[in-house]
Design a protein around this ligand. Structure first.
Ligand code: NAD
Ligand code: SAH
Length: 414
């Protein structure tokens, strides 16, 4: 075990090992990248600082980066998604792990600091917490950084802000924006895993319920699609007129949150924004309404406001907290308003994270191979990585597709 690790309990490692073995069997792309990495060792001598939900699929990414020659320093990207048994097994495998389930904000910050302090060459971030801390607290380390990869939409929004202010000092690859990431991970991954988290927590029927989905971006499309498949009557709220129209044409009822608040049985926010459901909405809700979030932070459902105005609170069971509002209605919040699919579940399925993490690993290799050659900007995942991941995925599914003939290439002007 890595002597430097901070984990809950090293004796949990065997259970973590079983979980990792299960998902590894279902991650053929990452296994192929890992085999190539073992041969080519593209990350030899490099330190990778990683902050991603510390569960079994992420452990497979760590293992792949280590197979490429990297020394990996890993922490979670959300206090509730860390699985202590997986963290224990990763540490046993020699990764420097700093992560405990349910850690406090102070511990969370300490763990991020721990992965940064050794001076990373490459960063794998999920939401921008590593980049933010390097920039504000360890600016002297920025010059060592070859570059990094950002996993999620909100992280990229944060990086864009930095770039605009001239404060991004090393290249960051926008992994989320690769086609093989957001088209599948954000849409199908979030769509399925959100209901996995809700179902295993509430054990209630979705069919017949009015499900309100806030945000019709990549995640919102997936969540709405799956809600419909489960038999819900789906209402979408949006701020973007084009997305709202798209939801309407996709067959969903579109209205403002003000109107939806009165009607919904189950509310799911996936906007990446703050205060999407707040006091004026809570007070209009039906008795027994259930709220949860699958967007980045625990601010989409205004949990601070809920805590402020509730006359009484009651923990119904793990991950379900009841709030008695001043008007006498009870509403229920899942997983403290944090990403319900990860805080109350195992997150996206293995086959989905297989694609996202194959892109991550190949992007790290790309950064190492282009050391000093890339601008300190937000850069797209190279098209060849996206195409290679799609082709390999099709191959593992046994799907063959056609190829353009020379005549067709000429005809369409390629
Ligand atoms: P996106 O940009 O494609 O979509 C967000 C949508 O929300 C946009 O259409 C926007 O117009 C809409 N929106 C913004 N403010 C709103 C408001 N007040 N009311 C209603 N709609 C509003 O982003 P995405 O890729 O769908 O990601 C959404 C969030 O989910 C991000 O925070 C992202 O980081 C996170 N995410 C979570 C998971 C997960 O596993 N839970 C997976 C991927 C992304
Ligand atoms: N810091 C944020 C993290 C963003 S979560 C937080 O507070 O929670 C959004 C990202 O989680 C998505 O882009 C998705 O790729 C990733 N994700 C979803 N399921 C996952 C899983 N099972 N393992 C690791 N990452 C996962």
């Amino acid at each position: 075990m890595s002597s430097a690790s901070i984990i809950r309990d090293s004796s949990l490692a065997p259970s973590g090992a079983d979980k990792i073995a299960w998902v590894w069997n279902n991650m053929p792309l990452l296994r192929a990248v890992c085999a190539d990495f073992e041969k080519d060792r593209p990350l030899t001598g490099l330190k990778v600082a990683l902050s991603v939900h510390l569960e079994a699929k992420t452990a497979c990414l760590c293992r792949t980066l280590a197979a490429g020659g990297a020394e990996v320093f890993a922490t979670g990207s959300n206090p509730l998604s860390t699985q202590d048994d997986v963290a224990a097994e990763l540490a046993r495998l020699g990764v420097h792990v700093y992560a405990t389930h349910g850690c406090s904000q102070e511990e969370y910050d300490l763990y991020i600091r721990k992965v940064i302090e050794p001076g990373p060459d490459i960063i794998v971030d999920d939401g921008g917490d590593i980049v933010q801390m390097i920039r504000t607290r360890f600016p002297e380390l920025e010059k060592n950084v070859i570059g990094g990869c950002e996993e999620t939409t909100t992280g990229i929004a944060r990086l864009r802000k930095l770039e605009r202010n001239g404060a991004l000092h090393f290249p960051m690859i926008a992994v989320n924006d690769a086609d093989c990431k957001h088209l599948f991970d954000n849409r199908y991954g979030t769509g399925q895993s959100v209901f996995d988290g809700i179902d295993r927590t509430t054990n209630l029927i979705v069919a017949g319920k009015k499900v309100v989905v806030a945000g019709y971006g990549w995640c919102g499309k997936g969540v709405s699609m799956r809600a419909k498949g489960l038999g819900a009557r789906v209402i979408v709220t949006e701020v973007d007129p084009v997305k709202a129209l798209e939801a309407h044409m996709d067959g969903f009822t579109v209205m403002s949150m003000d109107e939806a608040a009165e009607q919904g049985d189950l509310f799911i926010t996936v906007t990446g924004n703050c205060k999407v459901i707040t006091e004026e909405h809570f007070l209009k809700m039906k008795n027994g309404a259930i709220l949860c979030n699958a967007g980045h932070f625990d601010v989409e459902v205004d949990t601070a406001c809920l805590n402020r105005i509730a006359a009484e609170q009651k923990q119904m069971k793990p991950n379900i907290r009841g709030y008695l509002l001043p008007n006498g209605t009870w509403i229920y919040l899942l997983a403290e308003g944090r990403l319900v699919n990860l805080a109350a579940g195992d997150g996206h399925p293995a086959e989905i994270m297989d694609m996202s993490f194959a892109i991550q690993a190949l992007s790290c290799s790309y950064l190492a191979g282009h050391r000093g050659m890339l601008e300190p900007r937000l850069i797209p995942v190279p098209r060849e990585i996206d195409n290679a991941v799609a082709s390999k995925k099709l191959e593992t599914l046994g799907i063959r597709i056609d190829a353009l003939t020379p005549e067709q290439r000429e005809y369409i002007g390629l």
